[in-house]
Ligand binder design. Structure first.
Ligand code: NAD
Length: 484
């Protein structure tokens, strides 16, 4: 069989130990793989690459399109970008797929029936990394949600459910508060669910959803959610399954895929041969499935389950009452190798079939056809850095500017309406949002906004940013203020 070329990063901390263990298992299982080593993380940062990725590494990853990555240490302090975020975003790895499974009674857990897959959008949301300090007192982070981004991840989740015989997809958002951003995610989920009537669907607000994951995780099957919520709930799910040392994850895109354990580089136990290589091994199994090597994936997965079942455990999951033998990283790998060809007796055995798992659905790139909306400029929000404390005083100054075509209709501070008719109890910072809409007519023009800004400048009012207020087909594309 021809070997498939795969990029490999041995990582930092426990990375090299667990990668060596995993590669030995894969080799013993006869996985037809040829490794191309790449330098990511600490060494790359130290050699002057602030992204933590050398140009040679980029070249190899682009050529192989598949990367097995051990955990990396992100240096503390400014100036360093997270390699993980850079890889995901630069390679367009939009879907993070994290299966979370309990291995009771062999690994202690309160939730023996837990078996869910969290599919997290990987590129957008607050992780766009667009942050600004705007005033002495206020910083902001932009939450960007796109329709194509929602369509890709939601469709991926439904396709995943179908291909893996999973019956339900739960969408989690906070659309009761973020009506436009999270509202779009939910709306796209509801639209696309109509194409998958064979799959049950439900929606939950993320806070109650997270609580239910912690309490009754067995009620979930596939969960699809946006980046930040997915990041948080996938760690909750992995932890309650038994250990963060057990789970792997796949990052899938149209141009490549990256497989890694969910845990970090664990510097506290590095070099001691005691780390659990299971998370990276699970990621490697996902990689084998992605490479369409289902037989090898099945062989490795079942040998691993049998090892767990026989109570051969690393120290992170070792419990005197349920485990048999406490072993180190390499001895654990040896135990898995010795069980290649065996299947678990009590735990459900794995059985992968050709092209069953994280294969990107064919339709994923084609966004649903939508007519272009009629977009009309109806106002502008101007954000000011103003050190005063009295909203009425600011309102008066703004009204005195006497813009020919715009009138002040609202002042908010941290999103809460403070003028007109604000509450005296509202705490105000130096960051003011001033909403202007057209006088008389409905529409305004960019020139009106520029004239307003020139007036603010003349009046020595420090505008820090503007947001145009548009209607799309007559529907406001902006949120009302709290209290409006
Ligand atoms: P961590 O996951 O490395 O460690 C948390 C705890 O879990 C530690 O006590 C550690 O000993 C234990 N642990 C983790 N993996 C284990 C394993 N395989 N076997 C046994 N015990 C294990 O999290 P952290 O300490 O917050 O982060 C350490 C470094 O890892 C940081 O620099 C962080 O930025 C980085 N990190 C990298 C990734 C990644 O590369 N994908 C993910 C998370 C954190």
């Amino acid at each position: 069989m021809n070997k498939q070329v795969v990029a490999c990063a041995s990582g930092d901390g426990i990375g090299p130990e667990i990668m060596a263990a995993v590669q030995r298992v894969l080799e013993a299982a006869g996985a037809p793989l040829e490794w191309r080593y790449v330098e990511l993380g600490k060494l790359a940062y130290e050699s002057g690459h602030s992204s933590g990725i050398t140009p040679e590494a980029w070249e190899t990853i682009r050529a192989t399109k598949v990367l097995l990555k051990a955990p990396l240490t992100t240096p503390q302090g400014g100036g360093y970008k997270s390699v993980n975020v850079t890889l995901r975003k630069s390679l367009g790895l939009y879907a993070n797929v994290r299966p979370c499974v309990a291995y009771a009674p062999f690994v202690a857990t309160w939730h023996p029936k837990l078996d869910m897959v969290i599919i997290r959008e990987n590129e957008e949301d607050l992780y766009a990394g667009i942050e600004h300090r705007q005033t002495d007192e206020v910083v902001q982070c932009l939450k960007l949600i796109s329709r194509p981004g929602c369509e890709k991840i939601v469709r991926y989740a439904f396709e995943y459910a179908r291909k893996n015989n999973r019956s339900k997809v739960t969408c989690m958002t906070k659309d009761n508060i973020m009506k436009l951003t999270d509202g779009l995610f939910r709306q796209v989920f509801e639209e696309i669910s109509l194409e998958y009537l064979d799959v049950q669907t439900e929606h939950m607000i993320i806070d109650i959803g997270a609580a239910r994951i912690a309490d009754t995780p067995e009620r979930f099957d596939v969960i699809v959610t946006s980046n930040l919520y997915g990041d948080i709930i996938s760690d909750i799910a992995a932890q309650i399954a038994g250990s963060v040392g057990l789970a792997g994850s796949a990052n899938i895109g149209e141009h490549g895929a990256l497989f890694e354990a969910i845990h970090g580089s664990a510097p506290d136990i590095a070099g001691q041969d005691c780390a659990n290589p299971s998370g990276l091994l699970q990621a490697a199994v996902q990689m084998l499935v992605h490479l369409n090597l289902p037989d090898t994936a099945t062989l490795v997965h079942n040998a691993w389950l049998k090892t767990l079942e026989e109570g051969i455990h690393t120290q992170d999951i070792f419990r005197a009452e349920t485990s048999g033998e406490c072993v180190g990283t390499q001895a654990f790998a040896d135990a898995v190798i010795a069980r290649l060809g065996q299947v678990p007796v009590l735990l459900p055995s794995a059985c992968y079939t050709e092209a069953s798992e994280q294969e990107a659905p064919a339709l994923i790139t084609s966004a649903l056809p939508r007519p272009k909306a009629t977009k009309e400029l109806v106002g502008v929000d101007v954000f000011l850095h103003w050190r005063g404390t009295c909203p009425e005083e600011l309102a008066l100054r703004l009204q005195k500017l006497g813009s020919a075509r715009l009138k002040l209709v609202l002042l908010t501070n941290r999103g809460v309406k403070v003028w007109p008719d604000g509450f005296p109890e509202t705490f105000c910072t130096d960051h003011w949002r001033c909403r202007f809409t057209a006088k008389g007519t409905k529409l305004i023009y960019h020139g009106d906004v520029l004239a307003l800004l020139a007036g603010l400048d003349m009046a020595s009012l420090d505008f820090i940013k503007t947001e145009n207020l548009y209607e799309f087909d007559g529907i406001p594309g902006f949120a009302l203020a709290q209290g409006q």
